[in-house]
Design a protein around this ligand. Structure first.
Ligand code: PMT
Length: 435
């Protein structure tokens, strides 16, 4: 249903349910939000509890439902102020005419209306009521007032109503409410984060007309930049020479050689929270660059190359380093080399891909492991996976963990990798806090 699964990872959604028949739809909303990775806490008004049991929402959210404003136990554990502070977004769905009226007038006589006043995060309301109640001037005034206070109003929709009338007043579908939250930068998993991504090949000049390079097209790195932007991040894309258009919102730094890429990344890295090294950086560059075109002479000739600086390893060694994700491009022994790079370069995560003949086994073949979404057709025999292709598959490793991302188009694959990075960052943050 949603392509970019996990875009709400680590985000805290406070769901307020007021008393209308549409309360049953909110159960589906909790499920969808959690599927996107959000943590959901539910607050119900007393009349909402007449429609659906709090037990339903407790089971679906995995947390006790809050309903009392003046409850000593609750106030001690997670009272209204801490609940309001906890939330990245407050969503009132369904929002009855009564709840909307209370919010627009600043009345705070129950937990939900008090939370509305205490919340400093973005607030969404999804009205649900009889069509005549919706059209009543006072309701419309309340809605306009809430909008003018920055509240985002979703719906209502037109159609048959539970009271057997037809018109505006049906609560928007949970999928639509979830979609709105997914496009709000403040609730996206990379909101507030700055991501530095390297992409494409490097070109190491031999003389004024020749260079050593590789087959990288930049597609993987550019797809990651697009996915990180979609997930709410600010993105700097350091790119080798490619024939792709960078996502408009990315800050593009174009480079040519490994040395230029090194300089660009090292000068930018301290401003970033995440570094993803998707570029195919030359491991060696010519020791000497001839000033004039090298002439054809002997049957054989020898080039002397020197090692380039390993950007990824240097980033990972910084004292205040970002969450560091490397790539491993291998033609054989993929897992072994990837695990070696993960440990040796001290990375937080490594995404390994084949760059030779694709092995016919998951996740590199169609229908690979952990493939919950439809995959693209398998690559043709002889296709060089990873490099230049529109598709790719990844085996992602971190300390004590691994996930296969099945063969699919690079945009979709990038979204999955971004979600996984958000998930792992949250785990690391949690582990640090509990250590
Ligand atoms: O660009 P595409 O056509 O879409 O192809 C995508 C890709 C195959 C290039 C991409 O998915 C990929 O695997 N990128 C890394 C390619 C690579 O250079 O892998 P490596 O195993 O040689 O290097 C390991 C890691 O070290 C990489 O993160 C690389 O960016 C980094 N590195 C390598 C050398 C160097 N001097 N500095 C580095 O930072």
């Amino acid at each position: 249903m949603f392509k970019f699964r996990g875009i709400l990872i680590n985000k805290h959604i406070l769901l307020g349910i007021s008393g209308g028949i549409a309360a049953y739809k909110s159960a589906e909303l909790v499920r969808l939000l959690r599927k996107q990775g959000a943590e959901v806490r539910v607050v119900m008004t007393h009349s909402a509890m007449q429609f659906v049991s709090p037990l339903t929402f407790q089971a679906l959210s995995g947390h006790p439902v809050h309903s009392e404003l003046l409850d000593t136990d609750t106030e001690h554990a997670m009272g209204h102020i801490s609940l309001a502070r906890w939330a990245n977004a407050l969503v009132i769905a369904p929002a009855t005419a009564n709840t909307l009226a209370k919010c627009s007038h600043g009345l705070a006589d129950d937990l939900l209306s008090t939370l509305y006043l205490a919340a400093t995060c973005p607030i969404y309301v999804a009205p649900a009521m009889n069509q005549a109640m919706w059209h009543k001037p006072v309701t419309q005034e309340n809605i306009q007032k809430l909008k003018s206070h920055g509240v985002i109003v979703i719906g209502p929709e037109q159609g048959a109503q539970a009271c057997s009338e037809t018109g505006f007043g049906r609560m928007s579908e949970p999928v639509e409410i979830c979609r709105r939250l997914m496009t709000d930068p403040s609730t996206q998993c990379f909101s507030g984060l700055k991501v530095l991504i390297s992409a494409g090949p490097t070109r190491e000049p031999l003389d004024p007309v020749r260079y050593i390079s590789n087959r990288s097209s930049g597609k993987m790195g550019y797809a990651l930049a697009g996915a990180a932007l979609k997930a709410g991040a600010k993105v700097t894309l350091v790119s080798g020479p490619v024939s792709l258009l960078a996502p408009v919102d990315a800050d593009l730094v174009s480079v040519e050689t490994a040395a230029q890429m090194h300089a660009a990344i090292m000068s930018k890295v301290s401003e970033h929270d995440i570094y993803i090294g998707a570029a195919a950086v030359a491991d060696y560059s010519p020791l000497l660059i001839e000033k004039e075109k090298i002439k054809k002479q002997d049957e054989q000739t020898t080039l002397t190359l020197q090692k380039t600086r390993d950007i990824l390893a240097e980033v990972a060694q910084l004292a205040n380093r970002p969450f560091t994700v490397g790539f491993a491009a291998e033609t054989h022994d993929l897992e072994q080399y990837a695990l070696d790079k993960l440990a040796r370069k001290n990375l937080d995560m490594i995404a390994a891909n084949w760059v030779g003949q694709i092995p016919p086994s998951p996740p590199f073949s169609k229908g690979g492991e952990n493939s919950e979404l439809p995959t693209s057709p398998p690559l043709e025999k002889g296709d060089l996976g990873g490099f230049d292709s529109d598709q790719n598959a990844l085996q992602v490793f971190w300390k004590n963990g691994k996930k296969n991302l099945a063969m699919t188009d690079k945009n979709h694959l990038a979204e999955q990798l971004i979600s996984l990075i958000a998930e792992r960052m949250e785990h690391e943050r949690h582990d640090k806090n509990t250590a």
